[in-house]
Design a protein around this ligand. Structure first.
Ligand code: ATP
Length: 348
């Protein structure tokens, strides 16, 4: 467990408590990676850190990274992007589920209308930091940022999306049936062309799954206009990052969104979608439900399905009873909301 910075320090203890009372038999080891450690001794990730996580642990539960005191936030980049890239956690799975109609800013949208998942490529794209700056600080300055797309990377994430579609159901138990690939291949023709070819090829191996394509700009518009049309969305690293903030708003905001960084068969990492949220950190106002739902995702991944379902049911009930933090209409603080989920989880 790495709580990290800002509200990570507040929401992860709540998630841990809920896991404990769920009955899932897990042992936790806590690591202090984050801004405090970095400011103290300049360590971002200890030597052998990622290899140690992969070797000695079944999963990692992480909070958030980023702190205004650490100006460049190099620690956040090295810890979070490091885990994703160096542990090769290529599939960032971000479920988007509306638990109650009151949480959605759109008119006339019910929980059954928002139940899709974004599968984001997590190790390539513009996040590899390839590129450079030349003639910095002069009027002739040039900055390049390379968009890296490998055949292997594109193929494995698209395969993951089809496999996910076959293996998962919607909240109401109905099977998932559709995979949509999102890119910007009309403007970014080289990378987009690769994504298009691979998507077509892998679609052919899954004739029972309905497929569709959208440009990312159109997808954003459609997500707001009619979220009912989405089931499984697969996309690259940057578009996945952007559209899941928009998608989080459909489910009640960043405080509600869960995610897993997965490489099947390897140690995977689970973290809420939100960041460290410095403006609200340390005030006992952060919503812990995204972190708690993330821990349920982790439990399901580790084979504790009944325990995960108990936690999800508890969050749903708390939302319905408005026993929540203020961002989603309740009056509770982070601790109180977390403790309420723990009490419901014990009871069921
Ligand atoms: P990052 O780039 O690290 O993902 P970010 O800049 O996108 O971070 P966040 O730190 O996630 O932003 O938060 C942005 C704002 O969203 C916060 O300042 C806060 O108002 C709101 N927010 C995020 N997470 C939560 C939460 N758990 N509970 C309540 N509000 C939240």
């Amino acid at each position: 467990m790495i709580a990290g910075d800002g509200i990570g320090q507040e929401v992860i203890p709540q998630a841990l408590n809920v896991i404990r009372v769920s009955g899932a038999k897990l042992e936790f080891t806590e690591f202090d990676w984050g801004a405090d450690r970095f400011l103290r001794d300049r360590t971002t990730v200890p030597p052998d850190g990622f290899a140690m996580l992969g070797r000695d642990f079944d999963a990692v539960l992480a909070g958030a990274f980023g702190d205004p005191r650490a100006k460049t936030n190099i620690h956040a980049k090295e810890i979070l992007l490091g885990m994703r890239c160096k542990m090769d956690l290529y599939a960032n799975v971000r479920p988007v589920r509306l638990l109650d109609a009151t949480l959605c800013p759109l008119k006339g949208v019910e929980p059954k209308d928002v139940d899709f998942v974004v599968i984001r490529e997590n190790t390539e794209g513009v996040y590899t930091d390839a590129g450079g700056v030349f003639k910095q600080g002069t009027p002739d300055e040039i900055a390049t940022q390379e968009d890296i797309n490998t055949r292997k990377g594109v193929e494995r994430i698209i395969r993951y999306a089809f496999d996910y579609c076959e293996r998962h159901c919607k909240l109401d138990g109905a099977p998932r049936q559709r995979v949509l690939m999102c890119d910007k291949s009309n403007a970014m023709t080289h990378a987009g062309g690769l994504w298009q070819r691979v998507f077509k090829e892998i679609s052919g191996e899954h004739p029972q799954i309905e497929t569709r394509h959208m440009y990312v700009d159109a997808l954003c518009m459609q997500m707001v206009r009619d979220p009912r049309q989405f089931d499984v969305i697969v996309t690259n690293n940057m578009f996945g990052d952007i559209i899941t903030d928009l998608a989080a708003a459909l489910q009640g905001g960043l405080g509600m969104a869960a995610s897993g960084n997965i490489h099947p068969g390897k140690t995977s990492m689970f973290e809420p979608v939100h960041g460290s949220a410095p403006p609200i950190a340390g005030k006992n106002v952060a919503n812990p439900f995204g972190a708690i739902l993330t821990s349920a995702m982790m439990l399901a991944h580790l084979g504790f399905k009944p325990e995960a379902e108990k936690i999800e049911a508890a969050v749903l009930e708390a939302v319905k009873q408005r026993k929540t933090t203020q961002d989603i209409g309740g009056k509770l603080g982070t601790r109180e909301a977390g403790e309420y989920i723990a009490s419901l989880t014990c009871r069921t």
